[in-house]
Design a protein around this ligand. Structure first.
Ligand code: ATP
Ligand code: MG
Length: 341
Protein backbone atom coordinates (compact mmCIF):
# COMPACT_ATOMS: atom_id res chain seq x y z
CA UNK A 1 0.00 0.00 0.00
CA UNK A 2 1.23 3.49 -0.83
CA UNK A 3 0.56 6.47 1.39
CA UNK A 4 0.81 10.16 0.72
CA UNK A 5 1.77 12.69 3.34
CA UNK A 6 -1.81 13.97 3.49
CA UNK A 7 -3.23 10.56 4.42
CA UNK A 8 -0.48 9.90 6.94
CA UNK A 9 -0.12 13.12 8.91
CA UNK A 10 -3.07 12.55 11.24
CA UNK A 11 -2.07 8.96 12.01
CA UNK A 12 1.49 10.01 12.82
CA UNK A 13 0.41 12.92 14.96
CA UNK A 14 -1.90 10.62 16.97
CA UNK A 15 0.89 8.18 17.86
CA UNK A 16 4.40 8.77 16.40
CA UNK A 17 5.86 5.87 18.42
CA UNK A 18 3.84 3.41 16.29
CA UNK A 19 5.98 4.27 13.28
CA UNK A 20 9.55 3.55 12.30
CA UNK A 21 11.07 4.90 9.11
CA UNK A 22 13.76 3.24 7.00
CA UNK A 23 15.00 4.69 3.76
CA UNK A 24 18.33 5.32 2.10
CA UNK A 25 20.54 6.32 -0.78
CA UNK A 26 23.42 4.95 -2.79
CA UNK A 27 26.75 6.72 -2.16
CA UNK A 28 27.17 7.56 -5.84
CA UNK A 29 27.39 11.36 -5.42
CA UNK A 30 25.89 14.25 -3.50
CA UNK A 31 22.12 14.37 -3.02
CA UNK A 32 20.00 16.42 -5.41
CA UNK A 33 16.71 18.24 -5.47
CA UNK A 34 14.89 15.01 -6.45
CA UNK A 35 16.06 13.44 -3.20
CA UNK A 36 15.04 16.47 -1.20
CA UNK A 37 11.53 16.76 -2.64
CA UNK A 38 11.09 13.00 -3.17
CA UNK A 39 12.15 11.63 0.21
CA UNK A 40 14.56 13.70 2.32
CA UNK A 41 12.09 16.43 3.31
CA UNK A 42 9.65 13.68 4.37
CA UNK A 43 12.31 12.01 6.50
CA UNK A 44 13.00 15.29 8.30
CA UNK A 45 9.29 16.02 8.72
CA UNK A 46 8.59 12.59 10.23
CA UNK A 47 11.59 12.91 12.52
CA UNK A 48 10.26 16.27 13.72
CA UNK A 49 6.89 14.60 14.42
CA UNK A 50 8.64 12.15 16.77
CA UNK A 51 9.09 9.13 14.47
CA UNK A 52 12.36 7.17 14.74
CA UNK A 53 14.33 7.33 11.49
CA UNK A 54 16.84 4.84 10.06
CA UNK A 55 18.90 5.76 6.99
CA UNK A 56 20.95 3.20 5.07
CA UNK A 57 23.86 4.36 2.97
CA UNK A 58 23.69 1.54 0.43
CA UNK A 59 27.39 1.17 -0.33
CA UNK A 60 27.21 -2.45 -1.54
CA UNK A 61 24.55 -1.36 -4.05
CA UNK A 62 26.94 1.03 -5.79
CA UNK A 63 28.37 -2.01 -7.61
CA UNK A 64 24.99 -3.24 -8.88
CA UNK A 65 25.51 -1.41 -12.19
CA UNK A 66 29.24 -0.63 -12.38
CA UNK A 67 32.59 -2.38 -11.96
CA UNK A 68 34.08 -0.30 -9.15
CA UNK A 69 32.70 1.57 -6.18
CA UNK A 70 34.55 4.77 -7.19
CA UNK A 71 35.25 7.32 -4.47
CA UNK A 72 32.85 5.60 -2.10
CA UNK A 73 34.45 7.08 1.02
CA UNK A 74 34.13 10.63 -0.36
CA UNK A 75 30.56 9.97 -1.48
CA UNK A 76 29.57 8.61 1.96
CA UNK A 77 30.91 11.85 3.44
CA UNK A 78 28.81 13.88 0.96
CA UNK A 79 25.67 11.98 1.97
CA UNK A 80 26.36 12.50 5.67
CA UNK A 81 26.79 16.21 5.06
CA UNK A 82 23.54 16.35 3.07
CA UNK A 83 21.58 14.46 5.75
CA UNK A 84 22.78 16.58 8.64
CA UNK A 85 22.45 19.80 6.65
CA UNK A 86 18.86 18.86 5.73
CA UNK A 87 18.04 18.47 9.42
CA UNK A 88 18.43 14.75 10.15
CA UNK A 89 19.33 14.65 13.85
CA UNK A 90 21.96 11.98 14.59
CA UNK A 91 20.99 12.00 18.27
CA UNK A 92 17.73 10.27 17.36
CA UNK A 93 18.29 8.97 13.82
CA UNK A 94 20.42 5.93 12.96
CA UNK A 95 22.62 6.37 9.87
CA UNK A 96 24.57 3.28 8.78
CA UNK A 97 26.32 1.67 5.80
CA UNK A 98 25.46 -1.78 4.41
CA UNK A 99 29.05 -2.97 4.55
CA UNK A 100 29.31 -2.36 8.32
CA UNK A 101 26.25 -4.46 9.26
CA UNK A 102 27.01 -8.13 8.48
CA UNK A 103 23.91 -9.48 10.27
CA UNK A 104 21.68 -7.43 7.97
CA UNK A 105 23.39 -8.83 4.90
CA UNK A 106 22.92 -12.37 6.17
CA UNK A 107 19.13 -11.92 6.07
CA UNK A 108 19.50 -11.98 2.29
CA UNK A 109 19.98 -15.76 2.34
CA UNK A 110 16.56 -16.80 3.65
CA UNK A 111 14.92 -13.87 1.84
CA UNK A 112 16.32 -14.92 -1.55
CA UNK A 113 14.58 -18.27 -1.14
CA UNK A 114 11.22 -16.52 -0.89
CA UNK A 115 11.15 -14.97 -4.38
CA UNK A 116 11.51 -16.56 -7.79
CA UNK A 117 13.91 -15.43 -10.48
CA UNK A 118 10.90 -14.74 -12.72
CA UNK A 119 9.42 -12.40 -10.10
CA UNK A 120 12.70 -10.52 -9.83
CA UNK A 121 13.02 -10.29 -13.61
CA UNK A 122 9.59 -8.66 -13.86
CA UNK A 123 10.64 -5.71 -11.64
CA UNK A 124 10.16 -2.60 -13.86
CA UNK A 125 12.73 -0.47 -12.00
CA UNK A 126 15.42 -3.12 -12.31
CA UNK A 127 14.58 -3.34 -16.03
CA UNK A 128 14.88 0.45 -16.43
CA UNK A 129 18.13 0.56 -14.46
CA UNK A 130 19.58 -2.25 -16.57
CA UNK A 131 18.59 -0.39 -19.75
CA UNK A 132 20.25 2.78 -18.39
CA UNK A 133 23.59 0.95 -18.21
CA UNK A 134 23.61 0.86 -22.02
CA UNK A 135 23.32 -2.84 -22.74
CA UNK A 136 25.55 -4.02 -19.91
CA UNK A 137 24.76 -7.60 -18.80
CA UNK A 138 22.37 -7.70 -15.82
CA UNK A 139 24.44 -8.57 -12.75
CA UNK A 140 23.14 -10.95 -10.09
CA UNK A 141 23.44 -8.10 -7.60
CA UNK A 142 21.29 -5.72 -9.69
CA UNK A 143 18.67 -8.46 -10.13
CA UNK A 144 18.54 -9.15 -6.40
CA UNK A 145 19.02 -5.69 -4.89
CA UNK A 146 15.29 -5.31 -4.18
CA UNK A 147 15.70 -8.33 -1.86
CA UNK A 148 18.64 -6.57 -0.21
CA UNK A 149 16.34 -3.61 0.25
CA UNK A 150 13.79 -5.91 1.91
CA UNK A 151 16.51 -6.83 4.42
CA UNK A 152 17.20 -3.11 5.02
CA UNK A 153 13.57 -2.42 5.79
CA UNK A 154 12.68 -5.59 7.70
CA UNK A 155 15.78 -5.92 9.89
CA UNK A 156 14.77 -2.87 11.93
CA UNK A 157 11.03 -3.43 11.82
CA UNK A 158 10.40 -0.29 9.75
CA UNK A 159 6.77 0.17 8.75
CA UNK A 160 7.12 3.40 6.77
CA UNK A 161 9.39 3.91 3.76
CA UNK A 162 9.58 7.44 2.29
CA UNK A 163 10.75 6.91 -1.29
CA UNK A 164 10.59 8.24 -4.81
CA UNK A 165 8.29 6.54 -7.31
CA UNK A 166 11.06 4.32 -8.74
CA UNK A 167 11.25 2.46 -5.43
CA UNK A 168 7.59 1.37 -5.22
CA UNK A 169 8.16 -2.06 -6.82
CA UNK A 170 10.87 -2.72 -4.23
CA UNK A 171 8.56 -1.91 -1.33
CA UNK A 172 6.07 -4.37 -2.89
CA UNK A 173 8.81 -7.03 -2.98
CA UNK A 174 9.53 -6.30 0.68
CA UNK A 175 5.86 -6.79 1.58
CA UNK A 176 5.82 -10.06 -0.36
CA UNK A 177 8.92 -11.33 1.42
CA UNK A 178 7.55 -10.39 4.85
CA UNK A 179 4.26 -12.13 4.05
CA UNK A 180 5.87 -15.29 2.70
CA UNK A 181 8.35 -15.51 5.59
CA UNK A 182 5.52 -15.19 8.12
CA UNK A 183 3.43 -17.82 6.29
CA UNK A 184 6.31 -20.27 6.20
CA UNK A 185 7.93 -19.73 9.59
CA UNK A 186 5.50 -17.82 11.81
CA UNK A 187 4.81 -14.14 12.42
CA UNK A 188 8.12 -12.25 12.55
CA UNK A 189 7.86 -9.31 10.15
CA UNK A 190 5.53 -6.35 9.63
CA UNK A 191 4.58 -5.37 6.07
CA UNK A 192 5.83 -1.81 5.50
CA UNK A 193 4.04 0.96 3.63
CA UNK A 194 5.65 3.24 1.04
CA UNK A 195 5.27 6.96 1.53
CA UNK A 196 5.27 9.13 -1.59
CA UNK A 197 5.81 12.90 -1.52
CA UNK A 198 4.04 15.45 -3.72
CA UNK A 199 7.02 15.17 -6.12
CA UNK A 200 7.66 11.43 -6.37
CA UNK A 201 9.56 11.70 -9.65
CA UNK A 202 11.53 14.86 -10.28
CA UNK A 203 12.89 15.14 -13.81
CA UNK A 204 16.43 16.34 -14.45
CA UNK A 205 17.54 19.15 -16.74
CA UNK A 206 17.44 16.72 -19.70
CA UNK A 207 13.83 15.63 -19.09
CA UNK A 208 14.76 12.14 -17.76
CA UNK A 209 14.57 11.12 -14.05
CA UNK A 210 16.93 13.30 -12.05
CA UNK A 211 19.74 10.96 -10.95
CA UNK A 212 23.10 11.34 -9.28
CA UNK A 213 24.68 9.17 -11.94
CA UNK A 214 23.07 10.84 -14.99
CA UNK A 215 24.72 14.30 -14.91
CA UNK A 216 21.28 15.97 -15.01
CA UNK A 217 20.88 16.88 -11.35
CA UNK A 218 20.66 20.05 -9.27
CA UNK A 219 22.79 19.10 -6.26
CA UNK A 220 21.61 20.34 -2.87
CA UNK A 221 25.12 21.69 -2.30
CA UNK A 222 25.13 23.70 -5.57
CA UNK A 223 25.57 27.48 -5.30
CA UNK A 224 22.68 29.84 -6.05
CA UNK A 225 24.11 30.94 -9.42
CA UNK A 226 24.77 27.35 -10.44
CA UNK A 227 21.19 26.47 -9.46
CA UNK A 228 19.90 29.33 -11.62
CA UNK A 229 22.03 28.17 -14.56
CA UNK A 230 20.85 24.55 -14.23
CA UNK A 231 17.18 25.55 -14.01
CA UNK A 232 17.62 27.83 -17.06
CA UNK A 233 18.94 24.80 -18.99
CA UNK A 234 15.91 22.61 -18.08
CA UNK A 235 13.86 21.35 -21.02
CA UNK A 236 10.55 23.18 -21.54
CA UNK A 237 8.52 24.07 -24.66
CA UNK A 238 7.71 27.07 -26.85
CA UNK A 239 4.16 27.79 -25.59
CA UNK A 240 4.35 31.08 -23.63
CA UNK A 241 1.10 30.42 -21.78
CA UNK A 242 2.07 28.37 -18.73
CA UNK A 243 -0.31 25.51 -17.84
CA UNK A 244 0.08 22.48 -15.59
CA UNK A 245 -0.23 19.42 -17.84
CA UNK A 246 2.19 16.61 -16.82
CA UNK A 247 1.33 14.45 -19.86
CA UNK A 248 1.44 17.01 -22.66
CA UNK A 249 4.00 19.37 -21.09
CA UNK A 250 6.27 17.27 -18.79
CA UNK A 251 9.12 19.82 -18.66
CA UNK A 252 6.87 22.74 -17.69
CA UNK A 253 4.91 20.54 -15.24
CA UNK A 254 8.16 19.40 -13.63
CA UNK A 255 9.24 22.98 -12.98
CA UNK A 256 5.79 23.88 -11.69
CA UNK A 257 5.79 20.89 -9.29
CA UNK A 258 9.26 21.85 -8.08
CA UNK A 259 8.34 25.48 -7.45
CA UNK A 260 4.98 24.55 -5.93
CA UNK A 261 6.55 21.99 -3.55
CA UNK A 262 9.09 24.58 -2.38
CA UNK A 263 6.42 27.26 -1.92
CA UNK A 264 3.83 24.94 -0.33
CA UNK A 265 1.32 25.68 -3.11
CA UNK A 266 -0.41 23.77 -5.90
CA UNK A 267 1.24 23.59 -9.35
CA UNK A 268 -2.00 24.78 -10.99
CA UNK A 269 -2.17 28.00 -8.97
CA UNK A 270 1.48 28.73 -9.71
CA UNK A 271 0.82 28.23 -13.44
CA UNK A 272 -2.14 30.61 -13.30
CA UNK A 273 -0.01 33.26 -11.60
CA UNK A 274 2.74 33.05 -14.23
CA UNK A 275 0.15 33.10 -17.01
CA UNK A 276 1.71 34.34 -20.27
CA UNK A 277 5.16 34.98 -18.78
CA UNK A 278 6.60 32.00 -20.65
CA UNK A 279 9.40 29.65 -19.67
CA UNK A 280 11.74 32.48 -18.65
CA UNK A 281 9.35 33.77 -15.96
CA UNK A 282 8.59 30.23 -14.82
CA UNK A 283 12.29 29.47 -14.43
CA UNK A 284 12.88 32.69 -12.46
CA UNK A 285 10.06 31.85 -10.03
CA UNK A 286 11.32 28.27 -9.60
CA UNK A 287 14.94 29.35 -9.15
CA UNK A 288 13.99 31.76 -6.37
CA UNK A 289 11.75 29.15 -4.71
CA UNK A 290 14.50 26.49 -4.79
CA UNK A 291 17.25 28.83 -3.61
CA UNK A 292 15.09 30.20 -0.79
CA UNK A 293 14.16 26.65 0.31
CA UNK A 294 17.72 25.35 0.22
CA UNK A 295 19.48 28.42 1.67
CA UNK A 296 19.37 27.27 5.34
CA UNK A 297 20.42 23.77 4.34
CA UNK A 298 23.34 25.11 2.31
CA UNK A 299 24.47 27.36 5.14
CA UNK A 300 24.39 24.44 7.61
CA UNK A 301 26.28 22.30 5.11
CA UNK A 302 29.08 24.85 4.88
CA UNK A 303 29.34 25.04 8.64
CA UNK A 304 29.59 21.22 8.85
CA UNK A 305 32.20 20.85 6.12
CA UNK A 306 35.18 20.83 8.52
CA UNK A 307 33.55 18.51 11.04
CA UNK A 308 35.00 15.21 9.80
CA UNK A 309 35.48 13.79 13.31
CA UNK A 310 31.81 14.43 14.04
CA UNK A 311 30.73 12.78 10.76
CA UNK A 312 32.86 9.70 11.52
CA UNK A 313 31.36 9.46 15.01
CA UNK A 314 27.80 9.74 13.64
CA UNK A 315 28.45 6.83 11.31
CA UNK A 316 30.28 4.74 13.92
CA UNK A 317 27.40 5.09 16.37
CA UNK A 318 24.80 4.40 13.64
CA UNK A 319 26.65 1.29 12.45
CA UNK A 320 26.92 -0.06 16.00
CA UNK A 321 23.21 0.44 16.69
CA UNK A 322 22.18 -1.06 13.34
CA UNK A 323 24.36 -4.14 13.92
CA UNK A 324 22.90 -4.66 17.37
CA UNK A 325 19.35 -4.59 16.00
CA UNK A 326 20.27 -6.74 12.99
CA UNK A 327 21.83 -9.40 15.21
CA UNK A 328 18.70 -9.53 17.32
CA UNK A 329 16.49 -9.86 14.20
CA UNK A 330 18.76 -12.54 12.78
CA UNK A 331 18.49 -14.53 16.02
CA UNK A 332 14.67 -14.32 15.79
CA UNK A 333 14.79 -15.41 12.14
CA UNK A 334 17.05 -18.37 12.91
CA UNK A 335 14.82 -19.43 15.78
CA UNK A 336 11.71 -19.20 13.59
CA UNK A 337 13.48 -21.33 10.97
CA UNK A 338 14.58 -23.92 13.56
CA UNK A 339 18.23 -22.92 13.18
CA UNK A 340 19.06 -21.97 16.76
CA UNK A 341 21.58 -24.55 17.98
P1 ATP B 1 21.78 6.83 -8.86
O1 ATP B 1 21.79 7.56 -10.17
O2 ATP B 1 23.15 6.57 -8.33
O3 ATP B 1 20.90 5.59 -8.85
P2 ATP B 1 19.63 8.33 -7.67
O4 ATP B 1 19.64 9.79 -7.94
O5 ATP B 1 18.67 7.46 -8.42
O6 ATP B 1 21.12 7.85 -7.81
P3 ATP B 1 19.23 6.76 -5.29
O7 ATP B 1 20.30 6.73 -4.25
O8 ATP B 1 19.14 5.60 -6.25
O9 ATP B 1 19.40 8.12 -6.12
O10 ATP B 1 17.80 6.97 -4.62
C1 ATP B 1 17.64 7.34 -3.27
C2 ATP B 1 16.20 7.72 -2.98
O11 ATP B 1 15.87 8.95 -3.62
C3 ATP B 1 15.13 6.72 -3.45
O12 ATP B 1 14.09 6.71 -2.49
C4 ATP B 1 14.63 7.32 -4.74
O13 ATP B 1 13.31 6.93 -5.03
C5 ATP B 1 14.71 8.81 -4.43
N1 ATP B 1 14.93 9.56 -5.67
C6 ATP B 1 16.02 9.49 -6.45
N2 ATP B 1 15.88 10.26 -7.54
C7 ATP B 1 14.65 10.84 -7.44
C8 ATP B 1 13.91 11.75 -8.25
N3 ATP B 1 14.41 12.19 -9.39
N4 ATP B 1 12.67 12.14 -7.84
C9 ATP B 1 12.15 11.68 -6.68
N5 ATP B 1 12.80 10.82 -5.86
C10 ATP B 1 14.03 10.39 -6.22
MG1 MG C 1 18.85 5.27 -8.28
Amino acid sequence: MTLTTATLDERVAADPARFRVLTGDRPTGPLHLGHYLGTLANRVRLQAAGVEVFIVIADYQVITDRDAAGDVRGNVRELLLDYLAAGIDPRTATIFTHSAVPALNQLLLPFLSLVSVAELQRNPTVKAETAATGGRALSGLLLTYPVHQAADILFCGANLVPVGRDQLPHVETTRLIARRFNERYGPVFTEPEALLSAVPLLLGTDGAKMSKSAGNAIALRAGEDETARLIRSAKTDADRHITYDPIARPGVANLLSTGAACLGRSPGSLAAEIGDGGAAALKRVVTDAVNDTLRPLRERRQRLAGADDHLREVLRAGNARAEEIAESTLRTVREAMGMSY
